[in-house]
Structures are given as structure tokens and as C-alpha cells.
Design a protein around this ligand. Structure first.
Ligand code: ADE
Ligand code: ZN
Length: 328
């Protein structure tokens, strides 16, 4: 049985991290950029560990230099994502890769991504919202630039603010200024935490940044009081099991804590993170969850409802997607 056709909601997808390797290779060739070191013999991205992954990721972003490139990237990613049944997605987008944090430059990039989203909504039946994401290892000052870009351009397409990058660098509170700015402007908030850091990092992130969702959050399972807090406060986890397995944030599928967290009442959702890097798709994630934990269509409907209820979108969009989920 394949889960490909099942309608899905994906909340945690890095736009550049979803770039098909062939797309990046083609763009690099057009621009005479040598990226041979980041691909293996089969043409896939290659990396040793999380730190190396981050540097390969940044190298893969090098050919992405103009709003037109981001228009093409967004379309390529949405077509691939929609082909796996995703009807609503949110994507992390970074002013750091789109004009270096300059608001005027960012506006042009954002317009291009939003236009691609509008075009794909018509052609592929997928709705996309953007989450401006600062990059933790670039530090708190660069994060303020990203937050300013987000606040100045928020609207129908751009609805959230978050943080990715090297979790063990800096402390959550170092970014409170940026998250406060985003919250006060009305942006919805998420932050990567508990992918590498332990329960303390998760709790500190919730206390300092007051986010509604956590990227990954899986290491919370080591502290039962924290698990109860996540359940009581309804903190939604954007879990990316295939990413965790490939990057070795967990030992393997069988020991992945997603089932334990879900059983404890924590709202969990399923995403791919950076699908071509981890040789995954939403279909593959569902198939692996079915094989490992026995989750079936009823479970996936519930998880997708959790996801759309936690989505950073307007009520009309939420209602429309919920209806499509329920009618399937
Ligand atoms: N950026 C892209 N993928 C990421 C991940 N899994 N963790 C942190 N930052 C990221
Ligand atoms: Zn991520």
C-alpha cells in the first residue's frame, strides 16, 4: 500500500534544504559555480554529520542568487511536495540567503517566492505559507536583521518567524529580542530545539522565546515533567523522523521517541525537514511510521488535523484544508 495519495500537511520544510540536487547542479552550471564536492556519485547531496550537513547546505545555496532563482526553486519544491499528497505546507525562508538581511532586497525575493506559491496553488493544489527563519550560528545581531525583514513584510504569505541552525551555539535568551519583535508584530513563532539539545534546551526555549511550536523537540522525551508540560501547554512538535535517523539525532526508527511523545499527549506532526538531503519524502515518512509503529490512515488523519490546527495560517485557509483532509 502506498500513502502517496493521502492528503497531508507539512509544517517543517526548509526551502533551500528541499532543493532537488539536479536543480542546484543545473543552476550552478548556468553560473559556472563548482559544487562537485557536495554531491556523491549518484548525484545526491553528501555529508558526514550534522556540522558537515550545515556547511554542505550553505554551499548548495551558493547558486541561488536572485529573486528569479528563488521563484524557480519555490516552484520546483512545491511541485515535488505536492506530488506526495501535501496540500498545505509551510516553508522556512531566510533573509540571510536572500539579500543578506537587507529589507529592500528581501522584499524582492519574498515577492518572487509568494508569486511561485500563488502559481502552484492554482496548478498543483498546494497552499504554502512562509516562516522567516534566522540562523542560530550567525548570532543574535544577524537574527535581528531577519526579524526586521519579517516584521516589515509579513502578510498573507509570510506568517511566521523562527530559528534554525546549530542548536548548541548561543542560548535561546540571546534571541529574545528578535522573537519579541516578531511576536509583538503578530507573527506566529516556532524554533528548532531538542534536536541536539536536551530537555533543558527545550524548556529554556519555551521560557525565553515563548514559541507555540518546536522544530523537532524530540529530546524532551528524556524528562517526563517536560513531556507533561508540552502536553498541558499544547506545544506542537514538528517531528522529522527520517531527518533524525539520517543525522543520527536518534539511534534508529525503532527507538525514535515520536510514539512515546504522542502516547503521552504531546501534539506531534510529521515533516521531512530537508527531504533530498535525507533521501526522504512525505510518502516515505508515512510508510516508515506505518512499518515501525503500525500507524494507519486513522492515525495520519489525526496527525494531519493536529498539524493544520497548529498551522500559521488564517481561519479560512485552515477550514478549507480541514475539509479536504476530512473528505479524503
Ligand atoms: N537547517 C536545515 N535543516 C536543519 C536541521 N535539521 N536542524 C537545524 N538547522 C537546519
Ligand atoms: Zn529543520
Amino acid at each position: 500500500m502506498t500513502y502517496r495519495d493521502l492528503p497531508k500537511v507539512e509544517l517543517h520544510l526548509h526551502l533551500e534544504g528541499a532543493a532537488p540536487p539536479a536543480f542546484i547542479r543545473g543552476l550552478a552550471q548556468e553560473k559556472n559555480i563548482d559544487l562537485s564536492g557536495i554531491f556523491d556519485a549518484d548525484g545526491g547531496y553528501v555529508f558526514r554529520d550534522f556540522e558537515h550537513f550545515l556547511s554542505v547546505y550553505e554551499a548548495a545555496c551558493e547558486p541561488l542568487k536572485s529573486p528569479e532563482d528563488f521563484y524557480r526553486l519555490t516552484k520546483a519544491v512545491l511541485q515535488e511536495t505536492a506530488s506526495h499528497g501535501v496540500i498545505y505546507a509551510e516553508t522556512f525562508i531566510s533573509p540571510d540567503f536572500c539579500g543578506g538581511g537587507d529589507v529592500a532586497a528581501w522584499r524582492d525575493y519574498l515577492d518572487a517566492m509568494a508569486q511561485a506559491a500563488t502559481d502552484c496553488e492554482t496548478s498543483d493544489g498546494i497552499t504554502l505559507k512562509g516562516i522567516v527563519t534566522c540562523i542560530r550560528h550567525e548570532g543574535p545581531e544577524q537574527a535581528k536583521k531577519a526579524a526586521k525583514c519579517a516584521v516589515e513584510t509579513m502578510g498573507d504569505f509570510l506568517t511566521g518567524f523562527g530559528m534554525a541552525g546549530a542548536e548548541m551555539m548561543h542560548r535561546p535568551a540571546d534571541f529574545a529580542y528578535s522573537f519579541d519583535m516578531a511576536r509583538e508584530a503578530g507573527l506566529a513563532l516556532t524554533c528548532h530545539a531538542g534536536e541536539w539539545g536536551g530537555p533543558d534546551m527545550v524548556a529554556e526555549t519555551l521560557d525565553a522565546l515563548k514559541v507555540a511550536r518546536l522544530g523537532h523537540g524530540i529530546k524532551a522525551h528524556r524528562d517526563l515533567d517536560l513531556v507533561k508540560r508540552l502536553a498541558d501547554e499544547g506545544i506542537v512538535l514538528e517531528v522529522c523522523p527520517g531527518s533524525n535517523v539520517v543525522l543520527k539525532a536518534v539511534d534508529g526508527w525503532v527507538s525514535h521517541p515520536i510514539a512515546k511523545l504522542r502516547d503521552a499527549g504531546v501534539p506531534v506532526t510529521i515533516s521531512t525537514d530537508d527531504p533530498p538531503f535525507f533521501h526522504t519524502t512525505m510518502t516515505a515518512e508515512y510508510e516508515a511510521l506505518n512499518k515501525t509503529f503500525g500507524w494507519d490512515e486513522t492515525d495520519f488523519l489525526e496527525l494531519n488535523k493536529t498539524a493544520i490546527n497548529a498551522a500559521f495560517c488564517d481561519d479560512a485557509t485552515r477550514a478549507g484544508i480541514l475539509k479536504r483532509l476530512e473528505q479524503a
